[in-house]
Write a protein that binds this ligand. Structure first.
Ligand code: SF4
Length: 487
């Protein structure tokens, strides 16, 4: 930090406030993130009040200029009136290096005019979430789980936000009627066993509203787990108070995934907030976004994941940045993500390694990527390499007795995944192939029915494939139609 920082009681590392074993504070000594001078006179009571923090967020050249030496590019972007919303809590702003235009904290929340530069394939809704929404704000993309958008508001706003099309816009806020429709859809869709509350950020909801939503969801018998995605602990750790922890602990099994991108975000305040959540019985995970100039470095990522596990947060995903408007300058090549996983796997605890994913543009869902460890294979052996380049073989059994699905109770009771069994459906023998839409029409070449290409499609039916509940898709039957029939 620069000279204008008022140093309060210093700590070299937020995690140091916690004991290695059970997360209990090692001492009663409270540590603080240093504050810029402009807030020197703010009483601790106010500074540590999440409502004060929200009320005093910064969003203009004048406000941010008091704590950061803004570049001309940042000033232009802050004065533009058509960019994604800017708001930064004083707490998070205090982490910015005022003199470093490359500060990784600053790049996440202060816009530059690079946001105005279009790039190939950018989209407003790059994950096609709105197309997968049966009711407003409920994204049903995967077979057994849904994403429930409960607010458009966040504590601060990330410049690469996937949902910048609605996030930050108070007029796009979800209403009580829309909550009702979301919960009604979940209630009448028994295949949903998992709901993820996100937004915006569910932790900025008024406590009673969050409590009410969680209670209504927990009352749905087939809903097994509730998850919340939040960046509030990073932007506003003060919000993780006893009241919030008590609310969450009423609705277990409940999981929380956070969003740390850089080790500088792990402060004493956050270590304590995460400790509070852990003590409330909430398992903690982290989802980072791979960002150019912020965390596109093996060693930054290694430090980040190691610091996270020290405060009992399990690194879960490392996301490739989405093709969202305004984020072009923050994107990296996919190879950078592969390089990072190469630099983590084997080099640090497996427990600290996230799954690197590309969320497929157009709504294909998350696709995991990693370096290739399988070098070759025969009918009885695979050739593998480890992180050091050590090449080994694994001799496979030649007398393997295959699993018998006809006697396995779990196979018999498998959950239906209407129209979404995908590759596992092919392996299970439910289907023979997956065709692009229109495949049959293209290959019919416009010819008429004739004596060889008759109405009798039996000759294309593979023996032993398909079941009564999962019939084989007929050649030429559009997959969407087939999916519908399976529902
Ligand atoms: S906290 Fe999440 S939803 Fe909010 S702006 Fe950041 S990425 Fe978007």
């Amino acid at each position: 930090m620069g000279d204008n920082v008022l140093l309060r009681e210093k700590s070299d590392n937020g995690a140091s406030a916690l004991a290695a074993g059970n997360g209990a504070p090692t001492s009663n000594k409270q540590t603080f993130t240093p504050r810029p001078e402009v807030w020197a006179e703010v009483p601790d009571e106010q500074w540590n009040d999440w409502r004060w923090q929200l009320k005093h967020r910064l969003n203009s050249v004048e406000e941010l200029g008091q704590i950061v030496n803004l570049t001309e590019s940042e000033k232009r972007a802050l004065r533009a009136n058509n960019l994604f919303r800017v708001d930064i809590t004083p707490y998070f702003a205090a982490l910015i290096d005022p003199d470093d235009s490359d500060c990784p904290i600053r790049k996440q929340v202060i816009p530059t005019d690079a946001e105005m530069v279009p790039f190939t394939s950018m989209m407003e809704d790059s994950l096609a979430e709105d197309r997968h929404s049966p009711v407003p704000g409920l994204v049903h993309r995967y077979p057994d789980r849904v994403l429930m958008l409960v607010t458009t508001q966040c504590a601060s706003y990330c410049r690469y936000c996937t949902r910048s099309r609605i996030v930050g816009d108070p007029t796009a806020q979800f209403s009580r009627t829309e909550y009702d429709a979301q919960i009604d859809y979940i209630s009448r869709t028994p295949q949903i066993r998992d709901v993820l509350l996100s937004g915006g950020d569910p932790f900025v909801l008024p406590p009673k509203v969050l409590d009410n939503l969680l209670a209504r969801l927990r009352a749905i018998p087939h809903l097994e787990i509730i998850r919340l995605g939040t960046r509030v602990p990073i932007f506003l750790p003060q919000r993780v108070d006893d009241e919030l922890c008590a609310t969450l602990s009423k609705y277990h099994p409940l999981w929380v995934n956070m969003h740390f991108n850089h080790p500088k975000e792990i402060t004493p305040e956050i270590a304590l907030a995460c400790d509070r959540l852990s003590r409330a019985g909430v398992p903690l995970g982290n989802q980072s976004v791979l960002l150019a100039g912020v965390n596109d470095c093996v060693h930054i990522q290694r430090k980040l994941v190691q610091e996270l596990v020290k405060i009992r947060i399990r690194p879960y995903y490392l996301y490739q940045c989405d093709l969202v408007e305004g984020s072009g300058h923050l994107r990296t090549p996919v190879g950078k993500g592969i390089e990072i996983i190469e630099g983590l796997r084997g080099h640090t605890s497996g427990y600290a390694i996230p799954t690197y994913v590309v969320d497929a543009p157009g709504g294909g869902g998350k696709i995991p990527l990693m370096p290739n460890y399988l070098l070759s294979m025969s009918d009885h052996k695979v050739v593998l390499r480890n992180f050091e380049g050590y090449i080994s073989t694994y001799e496979e059994p030649i007398d393997y007795k295959p699993h018998d699905p006809t006697t396995c109770p779990y196979c018999k009771a498998k959950r239906p995944e209407p129209g979404q069994t995908g590759i596992t459906g092919l392996l299970d023998g439910e289907r023979f192939n997956i065709e692009p839409m229109g495949f049959e029409e293209i290959h019919a070449r416009g010819g008429a029915k004739h004596r060889l290409r008759s109405e009798d499609t039996h000759k294309w039916q593979p023996f032993g494939i398909g079941t009564e509940t999962s019939p084989v898709i007929q050649i030429g039957q559009p997959i969407e139609t087939a999916n519908h029939e399976l529902l």
